[in-house]
Write a protein that binds this ligand. Structure first.
Ligand SMILES: C[S@@+](CC[C@H](N)C(=O)[O-])C[C@H]1O[C@@H](n2cnc3c(N)ncnc32)[C@H](O)[C@@H]1O
Length: 203
């Protein structure tokens, strides 16, 4: 499936979208599952975040799309799209997810700029940026409405130029003043949406 088809399915097939901005993630399949953190340019962070965005106790969330926006060497920028149909056997851990990312870099060819990608998302859905100084998630998503897209930074956060853009054109939300791992934040957002939507449906 190409990028347009993934993005066109937001709202119908996909109710939750997670995007990680990776300033160092490799843009060609030059790594293996054993070299995610080194040759992969911290693809371990991307793989972990993909895993927590798409998984919980059950194997995979069919209504969720994960997008890795990669700005590392050798040919930035590039995106990888992952959903529950990306592999016959979905990954059961970080290394497995790293292997899938590598395979998808071999088969997908999406090269939007970061702001181009976010602008396309904004035309389809509400877009939130996870940021320590954003509005408390308890207030911002008290009555969540889906679809919704959530943008996460990598181990370095966001470069200043994109941070300014995201704070201006998306809704910044926070899970507290402490910085957490992007993977932890993805898991927390999923859990927050699950419990808020459960409460809403029982009212
Ligand atoms: C490891 S953190 C980045 C830390 C980085 N040193 C910085 O200063 O931005 C990775 C990403 O997770 C998200 N994140 C981490 N803690 C958060 C929090 N308390 N609230 C909202 N988002 C958070 C942000 O998107 C952040 O860019």
């Amino acid at each position: 499936m190409n990028a347009k088809r993934y993005l066109d399915s937001i709202g119908s097939k996909y109710k939750r979208v997670f995007i990680i901005y990776s300033s160092t993630g490799a843009t060609e399949p030059v790594f293996t599952e054993k070299t995610l953190a080194t040759l992969g340019g911290r693809m371990d962070v991307v793989a972990r975040t993909a895993f927590y965005a798409l998984h919980d106790v059950k194997p995979c969330r069919p209504d969720t799309l994960f997008i890795a926006h990669l700005e590392g060497q050798p040919s930035p920028p590039r995106q990888v799209y992952i959903d529950c149909n990306s592999s016959a056997k979905m990954p059961i851990g970080e290394r497995d997810m790293g292997r899938l990312l590598r395979t998808l870099l071999e088969s997908q060819e999406s090269r939007s700029t970061f702001t181009g990608l976010i602008d396309r998302l904004r035309r389809k859905t509400a877009v939130y940026t996870l940021h320590e100084s954003g509005e408390d998630i308890e207030r911002a998503l008290k009555h969540p409405s889906l679809p919704a897209a959530f943008i996460l930074g990598d181990q370095k956060g966001f470069p200043r130029i994109y941070e300014d853009y995201l704070l201006r054109y998306t809704a910044p939300i926070s899970i507290g003043p402490r910085p957490y791992l992007a993977s932890h934040v993805a898991a927390f957002v999923n859990e927050w949406l699950d419990s808020s939507l459960r409460l809403l449906s029982s009212e």
